[in-house]
Every structure is written in structure tokens, then in C-alpha cells.
Write a protein that binds this ligand. Structure first.
Ligand code: NAD
Length: 368
């Protein structure tokens, strides 16, 4: 049988630098674990604009639609800041998300013990934290109509519309319950059913999906404002949080800071199942192209490496190998290996991007 396909879009800035370390790990999986992928590489963002005049060509889009999974580095940079909005690097990423209909955005917030002192919260609140926020990504107030700035009497009025259909809520709820079954089997759904009709519908539909198809998963409901408070009070009470586009945007950034550094945060965006039964999927670090450090060897590759681990788990049915990578990262951090973003000014000499990759590979070797 052919190997599953993996499309790599390294992008701009530190994207190619962190992706280089992931490619070494992909090579390691083939050589040491006999897990092979049909890897192809293409351009996205500014890199694609430089060659094709658009941030994502139709041919690349078609490849992404056909791939088992897409792994993206980062897009953007000052060189492209003055471009027309329609061809800005970020439009390439938005096109991927939109045309692949990636409605379920998974943002894990995992705090490795060795980095607990990096969080702005107390060590015992965050050490060992492992939660995932599932954010609805393709509907809600960012897309609802009517929207715009209108004239009303003597003044202007800004309007956005929070709109969710039952099926949009049901599919993201399902994705959260499926995820919970692979983890701690607990889902907390967050909305504002106390003041929003869309919140009442959200709560009803999540409960219906649960009762019909996932009665084995523990489900609770929480108002999103209380959820924000609980996230910083005692985040370990959660396993999977499912919420809408707007609340998810805010809550996932809040959860991200529990873990310390942007350089550590992976993400997955999943769509409907393909013919092979796996969801359409795009994996990417949460961070951007970090133009301030691009080309200096200071980028932390861990967020991108952990994004590949997510691909192994959710697209390639290789959960054990995903755990192997996560444990290797944990060991490297416990051994005190640090890129600059994980150090204070007095903490000694940081390792480079490549040296961090070396350390993870050595830890993978040691795991055999
Ligand atoms: P950024 O995430 O690129 O950088 C924010 C800060 O975090 C910078 O100081 C950077 O050096 C640091 N940082 C980020 N990733 C790091 C890593 N792996 N290792 C060490 N340090 C890291 O966000 P920004 O500066 O707001 O945006 C820069 C460019 O990236 C912009 O063009 C923006 O549009 C784009 N962007 C792209 C994405 C994406 O591709 N998904 C996401 C956010 C921003």
C-alpha cells in the first residue's frame, strides 16, 4: 500500500527553520520506526507570493485537499506588509482553512514540569497541565450576516451577528467528544446561555449530541466568563473545552499563556472525514514567522515538532509515536536544554534551533 501523504508548507521567516527540525524527525520515524510518509513540499505565504504572485496557488490548494495531512510552518513578514489585503501571506493560510472547511481548531495547553516556573501563574497551578481547547473556526460572529458599519440617525452603528446552525454546533461538539475519548473523557462546553439565544442553542445541541452518541463522556456546561476565571484559577479541572469561534479565540490565548512560551504551542485544525475516514487536517504551530529572530538560529522548533506529533495522533493513527515525541521533548526540557525563548537573561547560553533538534533526536534514540 502507498504511504500516507503529508504536504509540508514551511512558509516564511522561522517557518522553514523550525520545519527543518521536523523533517529530521520524519526521517527518524522512517529509519527507526519503519513509519514512512509520502512527503511533498510546496510554497505558502510570502514565499508563494514571490514565485506565483499569490500566497497560495491553485495547484498547492489542490495538493492540500488531497493530502492525508498538511503541516504548515508560519507565514508573513515585514517584506509583505504593504501588499494588497487580497494577496497578503496570511490570506494563503485563510484560504487553506476556508476551502478545507476546517471547522474544529484544537489548541492544546500543556505545561511541561520543567517549564512551570515560566508561567505567570504559580507552579502548582500549572505544572503537569494538559488540556485542549476545541474552538469552532468557520462560523459565529466573525462570519455572521448582517455585518458592517451603518448610519443610524446622526451616528454610526457597528454590527456583527452571532449565528450558529444546529449542524455547525453538532459537528464541533462531536469532534470534542471524539477527542475526549482519546484523553481524559471529559468535555466542558462554554457559552453565554444566560444572555445569548445562540448560547441557549449551543448548550442544547451539545447536550443532545452527548446524550445520543457520547453518554460515556462526562459533560459539563459553563458560562464562558466563568470559564475564563476558572482557566486561571484552577485549569487542571478541565480536560477538553469546546466553545464557539469568539469565546474560543479569547479562551485559547488565555490558556496559551498558562504554559509560558509561544515557541511551545502546537495546534490542529480539523474538518469533515475524507474517504479514508480521517478528518481533513492542517497542523501548525501557534506562533507566527517571528521576523525579529528569523535567520539567527534562535527559533524554538518545539511547537512545530509537537504539531507533527498531533498529526501522528489525529491523522496517522500513530498515537504511541506521538507520545514518544512528547516524552522526548519533556526529557530534553527536564535535562535543561533551552532555546532563548525559554530562558531568562541570567540563565546561561541557549541552544540553537538545530541543537534543540539534535537533543530531541537523541532523546528519541534513547527511547528505543
Ligand atoms: P510571532 O508569533 O511571529 O512572534 C511574536 C514573538 O514571539 C516574537 O518576539 C518572536 O520572536 C517570538 N517567537 C515566536 N515564535 C517563536 C519561536 N518558535 N521561538 C522563539 N521565539 C518565538 O507574532 P508577530 O510578531 O505578531 O507576527 C510576525 C508575523 O507572523 C506577522 O507577519 C504575522 O502576520 C505573522 N503571523 C503568522 C501566523 C501564522 O502563520 N499562523 C500567526 C501569527 C502571526
Amino acid at each position: 500500500m502507498a504511504n500516507p501523504s503529508l504536504l509540508i508548507l514551511a512558509g516564511d521567516g522561522i517557518g522553514p527553520e523550525v520545519m527543518a527540525e521536523v523533517k529530521r524527525i520524519i526521517g527518524w520515524m522512517g529509519a527507526k520506526r519503519g513509519i514512512h510518509f509520502d512527503v511533498s513540499e510546496d510554497l505558502v505565504g510570502g514565499a508563494a507570493y514571490d514565485v506565483h504572485g499569490v500566497p497560495l496557488s491553485d495547484a498547492t490548494m489542490a495538493k492540500a485537499q488531497a493530502a492525508f495531512a498538511v503541516l504548515l510552518g508560519a507565514v508573513g513578514g515585514p517584506k509583505y506588509d504593504k501588499l494588497d489585503f487580497s494577496v497578503k501571506p496570511e490570506r494563503g493560510l485563510l484560504r487553506l482553512r476556508k476551502e478545507m472547511d476546517l471547522f474544529s481548531n484544537l489548541r492544546p495547553a500543556q505545561c511541561f514540569d520543567a517549564l512551570a516556573d515560566f508561567s505567570s501563574l504559580k507552579r502548582d497551578v500549572v505544572a503537569g497541565l494538559d488540556i485542549v481547547i476545541v474552538r469552532e473556526l468557520t462560523s459565529g460572529v466573525y462570519f455572521g450576516e448582517p455585518r458592517g458599519i451603518f448610519k443610524e440617525g446622526n451616528e454610526r452603528v457597528g454590527i456583527n451577528t452571532q449565528r450558529y446552525t444546529e449542524s455547525e454546533i453538532a459537528r464541533v461538539a462531536k469532534s470534542a467528544f471524539e477527542l475526549a475519548r482519546k484523553r481524559g473523557n471529559k468535555v466542558c462546553s462554554m457559552e453565554k446561555a444566560n444572555v445569548m439565544e445562540s448560547g441557549i442553542l449551543w448548550r442544547d445541541v451539545v447536550q443532545e449530541v452527548h446524550d445520543r452518541d457520547y453518554p460515556d463522556v462526562e459533560l459539563s456546561h459553563m458560562y464562558a466568563d466563568n470559564g475564563a476565571m476558572q482557566l486561571v484559577r484552577w485549569p487542571k479541572q478541565f480536560d477538553v473545552i469546546v466553545t464557539d469561534n469568539l469565546f474560543g479565540d479569547v479562551l485559547s490565548d488565555c490558556a496559551a499563556m498558562l504554559t509560558g512560551s509561544l515557541g511551545m504551542l502546537p495546534s490542529a485544525s480539523l474538518g469533515a472525514p475524507m474517504a479514508n475516514g480521517r478528518p481533513k487536517a492542517l497542523y501548525e504551530p501557534v506562533h507566527g514567522s517571528a521576523p525579529d529572530i528569523a535567520g539567527t538560529g534562535r527559533a524554538n522548533p518545539i511547537a512545530c515538532i509537537l504539531s507533527f506529533a498531533m498529526a501522528l495522533r489525529y491523522s496517522f493513527d500513530q498515537g504511541d509515536e506521538a507520545t514518544r515525541i512528547e516524552k522526548a521533548v519533556e526529557k530534553v526540557l527536564a535535562d535543561g536544554v533551552r532555546t532563548a525563548d525559554l530562558m531568562g537573561p541570567q540563565d546561561g547560553t541557549p541552544v540553537t534551533t538545530t541543537q534543540m533538534g539534535d537533543a530531541v533526536l537523541a532523546a528519541l534514540d534513547a527511547s528505543l
